[in-house]
Design a protein around this ligand. Structure first.
Ligand SMILES: Nc1ncnc2c1ncn2[C@@H]1O[C@H](COP(=O)(O)OP(=O)(O)OP(=O)(O)O)[C@@H](O)[C@H]1O
Ligand SMILES: O=C(CO)[C@H](O)[C@H](O)COP(=O)(O)O
Length: 294
């Protein structure tokens, strides 16, 4: 936590929708004229695509078929923790990008599946914004979750998450159905041990739940649309959340528990804006006061 240099982290599995949620936040930042240092979680993978293949093959030769991008050994957890600690202290730190496909790689004249060089994040940003797999990881040796001032989990029900991943990886990243299914199976132990526990440490979770049949996500041809889903929004600490206001502003919403509001799928973006814009205002007021500017 840092009043001078706040951090917002969006955490979720691959295909959960963290990039989609990031676009909503970028709209808030643009409207509020805030400069955010945007950090992509995939840039903290330990290996580039070729080296990862080699490491996975080595592990398989030793009988481990579950070496994955979700676990501790496949990622630089200490570096994520180090970046958050450093940014919270003085607003600096280093970042890079993982270039997933030819389109992302083209501007850098690099191969897809490689990292750009580490570079300093821009100076004088208003906040750090992390989007990725591990924003709320806590293990015996690292505690990434303790740094963000706002920690948000994005967690579709698992069939929907798989549908989103399958369709996104096949259409945008050029993978075959078999390759994506293999990846899902490979990652399952790390999913249970590293991804899921984070959602008990987040401040708010957004869980999209389909209301159409997704019982076999492996044959789904489309991602259920906004009208075909609901979003369950759960606050770990509901004190100070104006549920009455949210209920009056979001058509078709209701409370399913004292800390949980349910909104129609198409209202997820407006719900995020209504919930987080005042939060960001308060964050920026605290920052100004801490810097002696307000
Ligand atoms: N609320 C939503 N409604 C409909 N489709 C969605 C929603 N959120 C995400 N999707 C779709 O799910 C797919 C995966 O979303 P996205 O790329 O945001 O995932 P991600 O969590 O950023 O994945 P990764 O971390 O692997 O990049 C995309 O095709 C996206 O359009
Ligand atoms: O989205 C992911 C994790 O969030 C990818 O699975 C991971 O970044 C590896 O990418 P690739 O298989 O394209 O090398």
């Amino acid at each position: 936590m840092s009043e001078r240099h706040p951090i917002i982290a969006i955490t979720g599995s691959s295909g959960a929708g963290t990039s989609t949620v990031t676009r909503t936040f970028q709209n808030i930042f643009r409207r509020e004229e805030l400069q955010a240092a945007v950090i992509e979680g995939d840039s903290f993978h330990r290996y580039d695509r070729k080296a990862m293949k080699v490491r996975m093959a080595d592990e398989e030769a030793k009988g481990n078929q579950h070496f994955s991008h979700f676990g501790a050994e496949g990622n630089l957890f200490e570096e994520i923790e180090g970046l958050f600690r450093q940014y919270a202290t003085d607003g600096t730190g280093k970042c890079r990008k993982y270039l997933h496909n030819a389109e992302e790689a083209a501007p850098y004249k690099q191969e897809p599946g490689t990292f750009t060089p580490w570079e300093e994040i821009p100076a004088d940003t208003d906040l750090l914004f992390y989007e990725g797999l591990h924003g709320a990881v806590k293990t015996d040796t690292v505690d990434i979750a303790r740094y963000p001032d706002l920690l948000i989990g994005v967690v579709p029900s698992i069939n929907l998450e798989w549908t989103q991943k399958l369709i996104r990886d096949k259409t945008q990243r050029g993978y075959s159905q078999e390759a994506v299914v293999d990846t899902i199976l490979r990652r399952m132990p790390d999913y249970v041990n590293y991804i899921v526990p984070q959602f008990g440490l987040t401040h708010v979770n957004f869980q999209r739940v389909p209301v159409v049949d997704t019982s076999n996500p492996f044959i789904a041809r489309d991602i259920p649309s906004a009208d075909e889903s609901m979003v369950v929004i759960r606050f770990a600490k509901p004190k100070g959340i104006d549920f009455q206001y949210l209920l009056s502003m979001i058509n078709g919403s209701w409370m399913s528990r004292a800390n949980t509001i349910v909104v129609p799928g198409g209202k997820m973006e407006i719900a995020m804006q209504l919930i987080f814009t005042p939060f960001i205002w308060r964050m920026m007021e605290r920052k100004k006061r801490a810097l002696g500017l307000g």
